[in-house]
Design a protein. Structure first.
Length: 657
């Protein structure tokens, strides 16, 4: 059947609308950061997205906030397009967004209980279509197609029954699907039942982001043939009213149109879904189709590239939507987004997708079925009726009766010629149809096999492109991670150098302080221990003088230097002291006590004050405790060691010397 453009036609842009899914409801004020709302509607056509310290602003035809209802979305955006579909125009309603953003709920394909308030777009459209078609001649059918792993599947055909493969063909610029079952429908309930019947077979699986995730792209289509002259032999049901059936002339032009409801699988990142095996392959196939769709949208949206090659053949998804994007259709894209901060990356990607689609312009025409023979026959009937009306007044002289008669004869002859021409053309068409049927019968297996091969190759190419894009994405992520690691390494190296310098400086400062502390301790020490150095002097053999144990040199707090002569016994010490005193030595004077000192020591006591020198009787190390550089007190307990005041000393048992 040929279809020609007629009536209203012109250019129409793709209409993007954004719907924000309601966020998580929590009574707690301490909402975790990933669950915070970062997407906000501002008016009816704008929204903003907060990403860290930056804010992104977008403008669309319509923006539905978190509180928008199903009825509001349908009435504002979809109902006008349903009316265009009823008038003979092709229409596409496309839902796009990440997994779990509300696409299936919006379209009405979600497997959840519905009431009047929660009915989605498809059930509401079914109700409006049937209500508007009441009292008109029409034929309406439904089909449901799934694209799973680049394979087309008819969801209205029982998988257990063998059916011909679904093929995509192009005829005079129009995309035709072959092998798809058309299910006749006459009621809104019948349309919804067809939808639910197909959803039973649709591929859905659980992922980390969604417990009931659609793993395929799905297209639910309503095909309408409307107007008088709808073929009775059509396999589609024809609703007729009595007056339309009895009318000799056409009451309205015969039109054909299609209404596509497209529920795209959610865009996803494999890292977030943690998919492996079959789920990972599904994700790659989904992203491949969406990537190809994005390329088509980008090409069509760029004014400098509209005349370039449009890559529709990169994916079966773009082939299915070829008429909807840049072709003959009114197209509405509903971009569904999540308001949560955890999904901000996917949300921005969806919004940018829809913003590019806004610049695509389609050439929309009314699809009218031409029927020139019927129009001519109707014209002949009208003229005959006019002549019959004049025959009633035939007895009256009419000045133009001859002209009307001549006109009638000419039209009659023209009718005969056209009828003969029509018969001849019908025969030729029948002959050509027979020849074409024979040719197609012979070529059909070859064509089918060729198309299978082409489809398989295109599927492999699409998967390879998707895998390549995925690999490139991973490489980019690895490169970014490597660059970040190198940057962190550089920062760590700089910090290490700074720490080394700091440690070195602190070590130097510590050494300096240690040295200064040592000096201070030496200058203001509480206790010093020195090893004896043997006195180099000797004594006469048999004399009263013997070699002493040694000389102890002591440096006081005020840089005073004192020498202590050490003997091995009190007697020797006293004798030495007496000799020094008699000889005028400056070592000091010792009193009656061997431990006595110069300065008024009391006889027979063990203590006294000294200035300058003291004679001890130890052959071991002598410990000198200096508290006062001008006066010290000495005491001896008579044991092997003694301590008091400024000087302490240790001595082994007396050896009798």
């Amino acid at each position: 059947m040929s279809v020609r453009a007629h009536g209203r036609q012109g250019s129409a842009a793709v209409q993007p609308a954004v719907r924000i899914r309601p966020g998580e409801r929590s009574r707690s004020e301490n909402v975790p950061r990933p669950l915070r709302t970062v997407v906000h509607a501002q008016g009816a056509a704008q929204l903003v997205v907060d990403q860290g310290d930056s804010r992104h602003s977008f403008a669309y035809d319509t923006v539905y906030g978190e509180h928008a209802g199903q009825a509001g979305v349908f009435d504002a955006s979809v109902a006008p397009l349903v009316d265009e579909f009823l008038s003979g125009h092709n229409v596409t309603v496309l839902a796009y967004g990440q997994t779990s953003s509300g696409k299936s709920y919006t379209m009405g394909t979600a497997d959840v209980p519905h009431d009047e308030a929660t009915l989605g777009i498809i059930p509401r459209a079914a109700q409006r279509i049937i209500a508007q078609l009441a009292g008109h001649e029409y034929a309406l059918s439904a089909s449901f197609l799934e694209l799973y792993n680049e394979e087309l599947i008819d969801l209205l055909t029982d998988p257990s029954v063998e059916s011909p493969p679904v093929q995509i063909r192009e005829n005079r610029g129009q995309i035709i699907w072959t092998g798809v079952r058309q299910l006749p429908v006459t009621t809104a309930a019948g349309i919804v039942e067809s939808l639910r019947r197909g959803m039973v077979y649709r591929q859905t699986h659980e992922t980390q982001m969604n417990t009931h995730s659609s793993r395929s792209h799905a297209i639910f289509t309503l095909s309408l043939r409307r107007g008088a002259g709808t073929p009775r032999r059509s396999a589609l049901p024809v609703a007729r009213t009595p007056h339309a059936r009895s009318s000799p002339l056409r009451a309205e032009p015969q039109t054909v149109s299609k209404l596509h409801f497209v529920d795209l699988a959610g865009s996803e990142r494999l890292k977030r879904t943690a998919a492996t095996g079959e789920r990972a392959r599904e994700g790659i196939a989904i992203n491949a189709g969406l990537h190809a769709l994005g390329n088509v949208i980008s090409t069509l949206a760029d004014p400098t590239r509209r005349t370039a090659h449009i890559p529709y053949r990169d994916s079966k998804l773009t082939r299915l939507l070829q008429d909807s994007l840049g072709g003959n259709a009114y197209t509405l894209m509903i971009a569904c987004v999540s308001p949560l901060e955890a999904n901000v990356f996917e949300t921005l990607n969806t919004l940018q997708y829809a913003q590019r689609a806004r610049h695509i312009r389609n050439t929309v025409v009314q699809n009218v079925v031409p029927d020139s023979v019927e129009e001519l026959q109707a014209e002949v009937q009208r003229l005959r009726a006019a002549l019959d009306e004049r025959d009633v007044f035939g007895e009256q002289p009419l000045p133009d009766a001859v002209d009307w008669q001549r006109r009638y004869m000419e039209l009659s002859q023209q009718n005969v010629r056209l009828t003969a021409e029509l018969a001849r053309r019908d025969r030729e068409a029948a002959d050509r149809a027979a020849e074409q049927a024979d040719f197609l019968a012979a070529a059909e297996p070859v064509i089918v096999e060729y198309e299978k091969t082409v489809d398989a190759l295109e599927g492999e190419i699409a998967l390879m492109k998707a895998a390549l894009a995925h690999s490139e994405g991973l490489i980019e992520e690895k490169d970014r991670a490597l660059a970040e690691a190198e940057e962190r390494h550089k920062e760590t190296t700089v910090q290490m150098d700074i720490l080394r310098d700091t440690v070195h400086k602190l070590t130097e400062r510590l050494a300096e302080r240690t040295r200064r502390v040592g000096e201070l301790e030496e200058a203001q020490s509480v206790k010093r221990t020195f090893s004896l150095r043997r006195w180099s002097g000797g004594c006469e053999a048999g004399g009263s003088r013997r070699s002493f144990g040694g000389i102890l040199e002591y440096h006081g707090a005020r840089n005073t230097r004192r020498s202590f002569l050490v003997a091995k016994s009190p007697g020797r010490a006293a004798s030495r002291a007496a000799d020094d005193a008699s000889s005028g030595a400056s070592a000091g004077h010792v009193g009656d006590d061997a431990y006595g000192v110069d300065g008024g020591a009391e006889s027979g006591t063990d203590s006294g004050s000294f200035y300058g020198a003291y004679y001890a009787y130890s052959s071991a190390d002598v410990t000198v405790e200096h508290g006062d550089s001008t006066q010290n007190t000495l005491a001896d307990d008579g044991e092997a060691g003694g301590e008091d005041g400024g000087i302490s000393y240790n001595t082994p048992a007396d050896d009798g010397n």
